[in-house]
Design a protein around this ligand. Structure first.
Ligand SMILES: Cc1cc2nc3c(=O)[nH]c(=O)nc-3n(C[C@H](O)[C@H](O)[C@H](O)COP(=O)(O)OP(=O)(O)OC[C@H]3O[C@@H](n4cnc5c(N)ncnc54)[C@H](O)[C@@H]3O)c2cc1C
Length: 389
């Protein structure tokens, strides 16, 4: 049987960063993925991911975001592949908007530069949007977007350059583990690993099911991305158009529309990519790719309302998977009683921009049991009952 020190299972957005981190630390990791690089079955395709630091999801994420942005800069310097574009992010919402208020609170707590815009200033600065009159804005100039395909390429290039081995397509069928090593069964034979990091995205529960506490859930949901063509130069691909999120609770309920302008040279389509971050229903990750028929019409109607005359025709639509944890916060931890296994999953639709920091945390945990980054709040103990702890 083959023996390895460290195996990373799943080389998507997060696993590629974990593999890179392990390789740069001289751990000679092996990376496995069931699909070829560039596949569109998981969570890390579509050209762009919004990257903010004034974090409404919880201010505890901010130190991890600061570390992640530094990590992107280092990766770009090492590989020459541009990943992070600081074009600014605009948030718009009403007085009660959690999106705005929690972002402002995070920015205040951690000293993140932001500009708070009253309704008049919001309209003056961003005339391309037509928003309800009372909406105000928060603009974070140092934010922007990361390009997942570029980030994966850069991380894999760095990993291989520092001694990692990659095998794909190789499907991992099961993992058995204790504290002293793991047995990994693949379609191409068995591997004994001292340590394994599982970054299998939407397939994590299927792979680790029996090793996880029943309260630890990773539930896949399908989301859609729709690209609209450029109509006027200022709308997309040029200065003056940041990435944006609109919290229009009156119309959209518990969810936000977001958009990211695209540009020549990006993977995917030119124009503006639109998505909706909100509640979804569980899907089977193996069969979830088909896009529901009403999505393009709904997005087109809503964009005509928020960006009238700015966007052209819808030109493409693609689905992508979220992997929801029970509380919508990430899970990055060693498995209790099976210290050989670290899991990093449940990114709940907001994980990609963190990839360099998650790589660091996962390898810290795998090697020494503790991370130098303040990531304890993402541990598995939050799902234990008092009786178990
Ligand atoms: C539409 C959409 C919009 C998003 N917007 C944002 C955003 O604005 N900002 C942000 O930060 N994040 C965003 N996210 C979330 C972010 O993209 C994800 O959190 C991140 O990409 C998750 O990466 P992952 O590595 O966990 O999953 P994946 O990239 O899917 O990687 C998992 C990998 O594991 C492999 N695998 C699975 N099972 C096995 C097995 N048994 N054997 C071998 N290999 C296996 C798969 O083939 C896959 O390559 C968004 C996600 C979506 C879908």
């Amino acid at each position: 049987m083959e023996h390895r020190d460290l195996v990373v299972v799943g080389l998507g957005g997060i696993g590629s960063a974990v593999l890179g981190e392990a390789a740069r630390r001289g751990l000679g990791p092996l990376g496995l993925d069931r699909f070829k690089n560039g596949h569109t079955f998981g969570s890390s395709h579509g050209g762009s991911r919004v990257a903010r630091q004034a974090y409404f999801e919880h201010s505890d994420y901010v130190p991890l975001l600061e570390s992640a942005f530094d990590g992107w800069d280092r990766l770009e310097a090492e590989t020459g592949i541009r990943c992070l574009h600081r074009i600014g992010v605009l948030l718009a919402g009403g007085d009660d908007s959690m999106l705005l208020n929690a972002s402002l609170a995070s920015a205040r707590t951690h000293g993140i530069p932001i500009e708070s815009l009253d309704p008049a200033e919001l309209r003056r600065r961003f005339p391309q949007f037509r928003l309800p009159k009372a909406m105000r804005g928060v603009f974070e100039p140092g934010a922007g977007f990361v390009r997942p395909e570029a980030g994966i390429d850069a991380n894999l290039q760095s990993a291989v350059g520092h001694g990692a081995e990659i095998r794909r397509p190789v499907e991992v069928l099961s993992i058995d583990a204790g504290d002293a090593g793991a047995l990994i069964r693949t379609g191409q034979g068995e591997i004994h690993a001292e340590r394994v990091v599982v970054t299998a995205g939407a397939w994590t529960s299927r792979l680790l099911g029996g090793l996880l506490n029943a309260r630890v859930q990773f539930v896949p949901q399908r989301k859609e991305m729709v690209w609209f063509a450029n109509r006027v130069g200022v709308a997309c691909s040029s200065a003056g158009m940041p990435a944006w999120l609109i919290d229009d609770e009156g119309r959209c309920g518990n969810g936000v529309y977001y958009g990211v302008p695209t540009w020549a040279g990006q993977t995917g389509h030119l124009g503006m990519k639109i998505g909706f971050h909100g509640p979804g229903v569980p899907v089977d990750p193996d069969t979830a790719q088909a896009v529901p028929p009403d999505v393009v019409d709904r997005f087109s109607r809503d964009m005509e309302r928020y960006l009238p005359g700015v966007l052209g025709e819808p030109i493409a639509v693609q689905s992508c998977l979220y992997t929801m944890s029970a509380d919508e916060h990430f899970v990055i931890d060693r498995l209790p009683g099976r210290a050989a296994v670290v899991v990093a999953a449940g990114f709940s639709g907001h994980g990609y921009k963190f990839a360099p920091a998650i790589g660091e945390i996962a390898i810290d945990l795998s090697v020494g049991g503790e991370s130098s980054l303040p990531a304890g709040f993402l541990g598995l103990s939050r799902f234990e009952t008092e009786a178990e702890s």
